[in-house]
Write a protein of this length. Sequence first.
Lengths: 286, 150
Amino acid sequence: MESTAQPQQSIWGNLKENYRLYIAAFIIVTIAEFIGVKTFHVGSALIVLYPMLFAIVISVLLGGDILRFFTKKEAKKASSLVLVVITPFMAKVGVLAGANLPELVNVGPALAFQELGHVGTILLALPVALLLGIKKEAIGATSSTCRDKDYGLICHLYGSDSPEARGALSIYIIGFLIGTVYIGFLASFVASINFFHPLALAMACGIGSGVMMAAASGTLAAIYPDYADQIIMLAGASDMLAAIVGIYFTLFISLPITKKLYYFLEPKLSRGNSRHGNRTKLKGDA
Amino acid sequence: MTMNLRNWALSLLLTSVVTTLIANLIGNHVSIAESIPGVLSLSAIAFVGIALGKLIPLKIPPIVYVVLTGMVVASPISPIAQPIIDSTAKISFMAPITIVGTLAGIGLDFKSFISQSWKMVIVAILVFTGTFLIQATFAEIFLNVTNAFD
């Protein structure tokens, strides 16, 4: 496996290299927890801000681009640690799912069915992207929610320097930064309209990103305390399903649809067809 | 992931384990001693899941194995289901998440985000809004048709 190709780092090496990061992360979490959960009303929407969001803001401020407290190397290490620290949370999601297994079996078909919802997203986002003048980047950007696995897939198919991969990477980064905050706001706002059942909203939280799912379902759990456990269990199950079948869904259903629609709409919607300069060969073309 | 399991466990201990204990104390008012069994259960499930991911040569994100492991040990067929469910119930849902936001924020390339064109921000908002709303609509329809919660 990949791990053997890398020089193995000793425990002390790990400590020596990253102690600043570990200590700083501990302090940031403590500050964020002391700020605590803040709720307020915007119109009729209940907005819930919780420690995770404060932690993001504090760390971005301290990060390599603003206050420069952390080095580039530490920032890179922090990114790779995200995949480690998300696992206990996913374990909690799994435990909730196991404890509520009979109920989960009941809604399994519903979860599978709603995966199809992403096709609607393509129909909405792709024409707008084309009207804005975005070219092949739009294929990568709108064919999925562009989480890690989707970006990996697009890179694998088109090459990591292709316009398609650039588009997917843009959405990936934007999702990382504002997606988490935005999806929390969106969940509050949609809940305040009182149109959807809380559990339908819970199932909508599965967009293939654990962090975004946590933001959306955490907000919903705070708004509907009576349903809190079910919301978290269903959001987790929906996200898990998105993670398991999502990559195949992107590969076999949504990406082909996106490509068809792109070649159909692009000549009609794009301004100035001469600006076709960023056309690149598909990987593997002669 | 280019980390061996020993370093993986150490990193988890120094980040998630200690911060979840403190977050559960400050945010959820559960003493550290009371939180320890739950945090250790979650960490152990995570460790087993990641180890399985390394052993099983399928192209599935390792996090999926973590969720599946948690699901199996807490399901009715598991002999340790009750202690796992009881100990982890003491850990609030949001306690393990604060550290995720912290590290994601530190690792974020803020400059390249700022230089992202506003067009992509519009597309991203449409993608996330569309996915959330359309999934909610499909789920609502399905729940109404099948009466899954009655």
